[in-house]
Design a protein around this ligand. Structure first.
Ligand code: HSE
Length: 364
C-alpha cells in the first residue's frame, strides 16, 4: 500500500485529473489517498467511493513527508515553495507535477508515456524520482506526430498554434463570454456597420477586458507567456526544449513557430510545417500517424471531414488527438503540412500525470 498525496484538485487541471481518475476507477486500488490544499485546509475535500475527505495543509511538510508519492497540479509557485524544502528534509518519494517549474532540471523527466515510455523506464531504472507533465501544446503535438520523430524522418518543425482561452485559466472563459455579450447585436443593421460599432465598443473604458487584458472576442492575440531574449515567447521556446527532452534526442531537432491565443473555450490546435529528411509519401506518413497510438484520429484531407472532426469543438472533453490536412507542400517533396487539435486539459495536462501515477504505483 502506497500513500499518495494529491495537491491542488480545486484548480482546472486538478479537477480534470480527479474526474478522469474516478471515471477510470483509479481510486479502487488498495492505496491510501490524501488531498492537500494550499488555501482550504480542514475544509471538506472530495467525496470518492463514499468516503468524504478533508483537505490537509499543502504547506505542512511533516505531513507531506509521510507520502510515498505526491502529485501536484497546484502550479509553479507552490512547487517553488515546497519541493526543494521537502527534498532537503530528506524526503525520497516520487514527485509528479503539472507545473513547468522543474521541467528542464537535469534529474527530472517529462512524462508522456505513449510517446516516451523508453525515457520514463530508463529514468525509473536509474532512480529518478521527479516526473513532470509537458507543456500542453508540446504534448498534444507529440501525441500526433511523435512516431515521425522516432523514425528520424524530420529535419525541422514549424508549428503555429491556436490556443484556447482556458489555457490561460478557467476564469478567462467567463471573461471571454463577457466580452462577447458586451456587443448587443442589432441584426437590422448593415453587417459592416455592426463591425464598425464593435471596433468602437472595444475602445470604450467600459469594455470588459477582464483578466485577458485585451479584446479577444472576434479577435486573436499573437502572444502567449513572457518574452524571451531572442524574441520568442516562453511558450514558443518550450516547443523546442521540451520536445527534445521528452523524446530524449541527442541531436537537437529545431522546433519553432508563433503561439496564438484564439477565442475558443477549450482545446489547442496547431498548423504544422514539417521539413522531412527525405521524400516520404503522404500515404506512408498517414499510416505512421494513424498507427501511433489508440487516441490518434486520422482525418482525411476532405472538406466535410475536416470541418466536422478537425476542430476544437469536436475534440473537447475527449482524449482524441485529431490529425488531418496532411499534404505535400508546394515548396518541395520533402515538405509536408498538417493540422492537429487535442484537449489541452486531458492529453495536454491531466492524462499524462494520471498515467505517470499508475506507472509508478506498478513498480512500488
Ligand atoms: N501554456 C498553455 C496556454 C497552458 O497558455 O495555453 C496549457 O493549456
Amino acid at each position: 500500500m502506497s500513500k499518495i498525496g494529491i495537491v491542488g484538485i480545486r484548480g482546472m487541471v486538478g479537477g480534470t485529473l480527479i474526474e478522469r481518475m474516478i471515471k477510470e476507477k483509479d481510486f479502487e486500488e488498495s492505496h491510501q489517498y490524501s488531498f492537500f490544499s494550499s488555501s482550504a485546509k480542514n475544509q471538506p475535500g472530495p467525496k470518492i467511493n463514499h468516503k468524504q475527505y478533508t483537505f490537509l495543509d499543502a504547506y505542512d511538510l511533516d505531513l507531506m513527508h509521510e507520502m510515498n508519492i505526491i502529485l501536484t497540479t497546484q502550479g509553479s509557485d507552490y512547487t517553488k515553495d515546497v519541493y526543494a524544502s521537502l527534498r532537503k528534509k530528506g524526503w525520497t518519494g516520487y514527485w509528479i507535477d503539472a507545473a513547468s517549474y522543474l521541467r528542464m532540471e537535469k534529474d527530472v523527466i517529462i512524462g508522456l508515456d505513449p510517446i516516451n515510455d523508453h525515457v520514463i523506464k530508463e529514468g525509473l531504472a536509474r532512480g529518478i524520482k521527479t516526473f513532470v507533465g509537458g507543456n500542453c501544446t508540446v504534448s498534444l503535438l507529440l501525441m500526433g506526430i511523435g512516431n515521425l520523430i522516432k523514425n528520424d524522418w524530420i529535419e525541422w518543425i514549424s508549428t503555429m498554434t491556436y490556443q484556447a482561452i482556458s489555457g490561460a485559466g478557467a476564469k478567462q472563459i467567463g471573461d471571454l463570454l463577457k466580452q462577447v455579450r458586451a456587443f448587443d447585436i442589432d441584426e437590422q443593421k448593415h453587417p459592416l456597420k455592426l463591425e464598425k460599432e464593435f471596433r468602437q465598443l472595444i475602445k470604450q473604458k467600459t469594455f470588459p477586458l477582464g483578466e485577458i487584458g485585451h479584446p479577444l472576442a472576434f479577435n486573436l492575440l499573437p502572444w502567449i507567456d513572457a518574452k524571451m531574449e531572442d524574441g520568442r515567447t516562453k511558450e514558443e521556446w518550450k516547443g523546442q526544449v521540451e520536445l527534445n527532452k521528452i523524446m530524449g534526442l541527442k541531436k537537437i531537432l529545431p522546433v519553432d513557430g508563433i503561439c496564438v491565443r484564439v477565442p475558443t473555450f477549450r482545446s489547442h490546435a496547431q498548423a504544422v510545417t514539417i521539413k522531412l529528411k527525405k521524400n516520404i509519401t503522404i500515404k506512408t506518413i498517414e499510416k505512421e500517424i494513424a498507427g501511433s497510438n489508440s487516441w490518434v484520429k486520422l482525418i482525411p484531407n476532405d472538406v466535410e471531414e475536416s470541418k466536422r472532426y478537425l476542430t476544437p469543438l469536436a475534440v473537447s472533453g475527449t482524449l482524441d488527438i485529431a490529425v488531418g490536412r496532411i499534404k505535400q507542400m508546394s515548396m518541395g517533396k520533402d515538405y509536408i503540412s498538417l493540422f492537429t487539435v487535442g484537449d489541452q486539459l486531458l492529453w495536454g495536462a491531466a492524462e499524462p500525470l494520471r498515467r505517470m501515477l499508475k506507472i509508478i504505483l506498478n513498480i512500488l
